[in-house]
Design a protein around this ligand. Structure first.
Ligand code: DGT
Ligand code: MG
Ligand code: MG
Length: 269
């Protein structure tokens, strides 16, 4: 078929193929979640409904899109790591990034009611996305460690800050001044000695964030079976299937990676 004279405009498209042999990480982050969380009365510093909805949306991304082996989320962000050998969408960065962010955003709206019940969603939320390539397993682990360290630092600060405000009666300015220049040990000490809060006992979802991976799980179902000339009997069937499972554990040390050796691929490629 003859090409139209407009065909040349295709040549303006840039090649954004991700380099081979690299892990492709897509990180998304809520746009102006500060305002969104205020307007939707999120509890401070952590809102279980919001964190649950973020994880549910990330789970939908893993289930609907191919080749994501691990996702890690905290606050209003989630990172998705694609297999280093993925050829999904010919490794085109813009396709991968936009599919992840749009699947996540639509899921966030779709599942809103499951987490917020009758509380209305006041306006459409949006998420930005970026793609980063990491050539080695060590780089991917360090990337996830970086996000988890960020989660820990922010959560300790936010826990101390909102405890000073909510339980200590300080204004937000006073709480900010009180925490200015303090180290982690100081914040732990303020929580413990002034408010009898042992930070170690805080929920691990808050302290460690949420890690989603694929795991084989056994699912048992019972069925009533009726054969000709026999009494109806109950049969139990156990099937193994791959499912996205959620963990709030340390991903900085070796234990998690030793227990899940299939998440990262072998280095010889
Ligand atoms: P951005 O990302 O530059 O468009 O701006 P923000 O406002 O999204 O800022 P960001 O991403 O650095 O920080 C996340 C905000 O989301 C932060 O203001 C606290 C809020 N947020 C996230 N999770 C929760 C939560 O569970 N409860 C409450 N109250 N706020 C949360
Ligand atoms: Mg944000
Ligand atoms: Mg953020």
């Amino acid at each position: 078929m003859a090409k139209s004279k407009f065909e040349y405009v295709r040549n303006f498209e840039l090649d954004d193929t991700c380099l081979r042999n690299c892990y492709i990480v897509v990180r998304l982050d809520g746009r102006n979640l500060h305002k969104f969380s205020d307007q939707h009365n999120f509890t401070k510093p952590n809102d279980d409904r919001a964190l649950g909805l973020m994880s549910r949306s990330a789970c939908s991304v893993m289930e609907e899109l191919d080749d994501i082996t691990i996702a890690y989320g905290q606050s209003d962000e989630f990172s998705f790591v694609f297999k280093r050998s993925t050829n999904w969408f010919k490794r085109r960065a813009s396709k991968l990034m936009t599919h992840v962010t749009s699947q996540f955003s639509s899921s966030f709206v779709f599942y809103w009611k499951e987490y917020f019940g009758e509380q209305p969603l006041l306006y459409p939320p949006s998420f930005d996305g970026r793609v980063v390539l990491y050539p080695s397993n060590r780089n991917v682990r360090d990337y996830l460690s970086w996000r988890q360290a960020d989660c820990h630092i922010n959560n300790l600060y936010n826990t101390a800050f909102w405890t000073l405000v909510q339980k200590g009666g300080l204004t937000t300015t006073q709480a900010e001044e009180r925490l200015n220049g303090t180290l982690a040990t100081d914040k732990n000490e303020i929580l413990f000695s002034e408010f009898n809060i042992n930070y170690n006992n805080e929920s691990s979802v808050y302290k460690k964030g949420t890690t989603l991976i694929w795991e084989k799980v056994n699912e048992t179902t019972t069925k009533q079976i009726k054969r000709p000339n026999e009494e109806e009997t109950e049969v139990t069937v156990t099937r193994t299937r791959k499912k996205v499972t959620s963990h709030s554990c340390d991903v900085i040390g070796d234990q998690f990676w030793d227990e899940h050796p299939d998440i990262l691929e072998s280095e010889q490629c």
